[in-house]
Write a protein that binds this ligand. Structure first.
Ligand code: KIV
Length: 289
């Protein structure tokens, strides 16, 4: 069933029809995994704009305002230059465009690693500016104390282990992780540390499948896989990747559409009509009464 939006001009709020279900909450997401079993896998996609959020919202449990917006929206070479202000602005747009999903916002590189106090300041800024319900941060055991600190002070945290793009300069690239025993053990113990610290969910990115399964079986919190395993408790993809907006995508992305081709063809038609003076036509012009 598709959702349509009517603009309420007095509030500039676009109201959806049919009326959405109540917004999910972080505790509800956490409770989807009971005694190690998640009957209904969690659906998460990235969203960066209000309109994108409107289109995704009814189909998702979580919308992630990922710092991948650095590359996807801003054309940056990595997530490293992304700022708190960028994250707050896009997260606020996604909150305005959604009614049902839990909105999670990424903490950008350099905004949380130095101390748990710095992390609280940055995370509270993000939530205040945007109305998002939770933050996500990268890193395992080294971040566990920060996760507990935030959680105890009212800020739910989603963890992120395995391939952590903000650490690209340490990792030396975006290759899959967990291929040797030491790396695999570290990923499992990182996820366990985050779980014990109270992370409400944990993203497992770019990890060999047996390790993703081992993590999923060894933590109480739901895991959300990306380049991990269908046995994770949920899945996430970058929306533009799965829609086919880019020529090159990582191996783990399934392209569900070829949107870039559709956009290019449509713009080609528009350009030809403008050049032929075929647009605007009678339907798009105003005539005196
Ligand atoms: O920034 C992002 O989009 C992410 C997902 C890929 C998990 O962290």
């Amino acid at each position: 069933m598709s959702t349509t939006f009517q603009l309420d001009t007095s509030t500039s709020r676009a109201n959806p029809t049919p009326a959405p279900m109540k917004r999910l909450t972080v505790p509800k997401i956490r409770r989807r995994k009971k005694d190690g079993i998640t009957e209904q896998p969690l659906v998460m996609l990235t969203a960066y704009t209000a309109r994108q959020a409107q289109l995704l919202d009814a189909h998702c449990d979580l919308l992630l305002v990922g710092d991948s917006l650095g590359q996807v929206i801003y054309g940056l070479p990595s997530t490293i230059p992304v700022t708190l202000e960028m994250m707050a602005n896009h997260a606020a747009a996604v909150v305005r465009g959604s009614y049902h999903s839990v909105v999670v916002v990424d903490m950008p590189f350099g905004s949380y690693e130095a101390s748990k106090e710095e992390a609280f300041e940055s995370a509270s800024y993000l939530l205040k500016q945007s109305g998002a319900a939770a933050v996500k941060l990268e890193g395992g055991q080294a971040m566990a104390e920060t996760v507990a600190f935030l959680n105890q002070r009212g800020i739910p945290v989603m963890g992120h282990v395995g391939l952590t793009p903000q650490a690209v300069n340490v990792l030396g690239g975006y290759a899959a992780r967990g291929r040797n025993d030491a790396e695999a053990r570290k990923i499992v113990s990182d996820a366990q540390s985050l779980d014990e610290a109270g992370a409400f969910a944990i993203v497992i990115e770019g990890v060999v499948e047996p390790i993703a399964i081992e993590v999923t079986e060894s933590v109480a919190a739901p895991t959300i896989g990306i380049g991990a395993s269908a046995k994770c408790d949920g899945q996430v993809l970058v929306t533009e990747d799965m829609l086919g907006m880019f020529e090159r995508v990582p191996r783990f992305v399934k392209r569900y559409e070829e949107i870039a081709g559709i956009i290019e063809k449509t713009v080609e038609t528009y350009a030809a009509e403008v050049r032929d003076r075929a647009f605007p036509g009678p339907e798009q012009t105003y005539q005196p009464k």
